[in-house]
Design a protein around this ligand. Structure first.
Ligand code: FES
Ligand SMILES: [Fe+2]
Length: 410
């Protein structure tokens, strides 16, 4: 345990100005529960606490493993004040490091993704690092006393790959990554997520709290009004909720439009992509939507996987990266064209961001108090419970609030 931690594992720097009684109301069964307190969405202090305790400590999703699938490929992300780079080594293993030069502290990698041949070179005075993080070139350091290059490699960050998702744990103390992903890995593996390759990427800056975006993803109550196109392909009342071990929630929806083969523009039949190998007939008519705590939204479609990763930038600002992944055989096909999937979800994303931004404006209004969940928001409740449990563990050290899994045993 580091000196910055309390007995319950929370860092001590940021305070959490929430009323435990109000947070506990979120952990009631759905029919009695209240939503998270408004300050959880609008307050700077709650945001600072979340960055420190949920994003800079514990597993977060850093993207899809295929984006660092070959030696030299890298991804760079900012997490709070930290900048982290994951680079694929000569041995094909992705490794995470703080994106800071050990000389005068310049950030090294500037692009959010890319590829280098053999080295990451600092743009300031050209110190160079191997793909394993070791310091390999240091101009004009020959005469310096007592300088041991091997002590000045890039600072490693704990990382893992589970079910094709790249995860990092800046704090280095979280339980095993497979425990975090839990039984969600079965769904990811069934859809061959770790073998899929990228086919599209769109970045968004959304003026909404990261949890508001995750909540929106976890329900389709808004679909008839906000997404008429989506609701025509997949009725908002279809599907069921899923349960299982791990820090995730989610459920399925069904392709209710008879002629639709997938979620895509052109009525869902604009593409000739085959379904992902090994899916059942029922799965070829379904879409599975999962939220992996805290920042990954992964959707398993009959013929592709879509991944949203959320990076909080302020209480009312979130950077969202949305990516699409396909089977290699689909990408290699002469007529491969992912436009239908990208166009459809880009439209749907923007419809979602609009209402997330409206809700963000509203939760800032001082008279607003926590709302109640409808019967169609059980997965939102499940997501919020993961947050509320962490709040309570910090507010009432030693408490271990149990997750609510209504209907799980049914
Ligand atoms: S700060 Fe990187 S080489 Fe000087
Ligand atoms: Fe939506």
């Amino acid at each position: 345990m580091s000196g910055m931690e309390t007995m319950n594992g929370s860092s001590t720097g940021a305070v959490l100005p929430l009323d435990p009684a109000e947070v506990r109301r979120n952990l009631e069964p759905l029919a009695r529960a209240s939503m998270l307190p408004p300050a959880a969405f609008a307050g700077q202090e709650v945001f600072d606490w979340e960055l420190e305790n949920l994003f800079s400590s514990g597993w977060i999703c850093f993207g899809h493993v295929s984006r660092v699938g070959r030696p030299g490929m890298y991804l760079k992300r900012e997490i709070g004040d930290d900048s982290v780079v994951v680079v694929c080594g000569e041995d094909g293993v992705p490794r995470a490091f703080l994106n800071v030069c050990r000389h005068r502290g310049s950030t090294i990698v500037q692009d959010s993704e890319g590829s280098v041949k053999k080295r990451l070179q600092c743009p300031y005075h050209a110190w160079s690092y191997g793909l394993d993080g070791s310091l390999v070139a240091t101009p004009h350091m020959d005469q310096v006393d007592d300088f041991d290059r091997s002590c000045f490699g890039l600072i490693p960050v704990r990382s893992a790959v589970v079910g094709g998702l790249l995860l990092v744990d800046l704090g280095g103390q979280a339980p095993d990554a497979r425990e975090h992903v839990g039984e969600l890995v079965d769904h990811l593996d069934h859809y061959r997520n770790s073998e899929l390759v990228g086919g599209g990427r769109v970045e968004y800056s959304v003026e909404a709290n990261w949890k508001g975006i995750a909540e929106n993803y976890n329900e389709c109550l808004h679909c008839p009004g906000i997404h008429p196109e989506l609701n025509r392909l997949s009725n908002y009342m279809s599907g069921e909720e899923f349960y299982g071990a791990g820090e995730w929630c989610g459920g399925s929806m069904t392709l209710t439009a008879g002629d639709a083969a997938t979620m895509g523009s052109g009525g869902g039949h604009a593409s000739s992509r085959p379904p992902i190998t090994g899916l059942t007939e029922a799965e070829e008519r379904s879409v599975l939507y999962f939220a992996l705590f805290p920042n990954a939204l992964v959707s398993l479609h009959p013929d592709y996987v879509m991944l949203h990763t959320l990076y909080p930038r302020g209480p009312g600002e979130t950077e969202v990266i949305c990516e699409w992944f396909f089977e290699q055989r689909s990408v290699e096909a002469e007529d491969f064209d992912p436009t239908d999937a990208i166009e459809f979800w880009d439209m749907t994303n923007r419809q979602d961001w609009h209402v997330c931004e409206l809700a963000q404006q509203g939760v800032r209004i001082k008279g607003y108090t926590a709302g109640r969940y409808s019967g169609e928001e059980s997965t939102v409740h499940a997501f919020d419970n993961m947050i509320a449990r962490r709040y309570l563990e910090a507010l009432e050290p030693g408490s271990r609030p149990e997750p609510i899994r209504e209907g799980a045993a049914a």
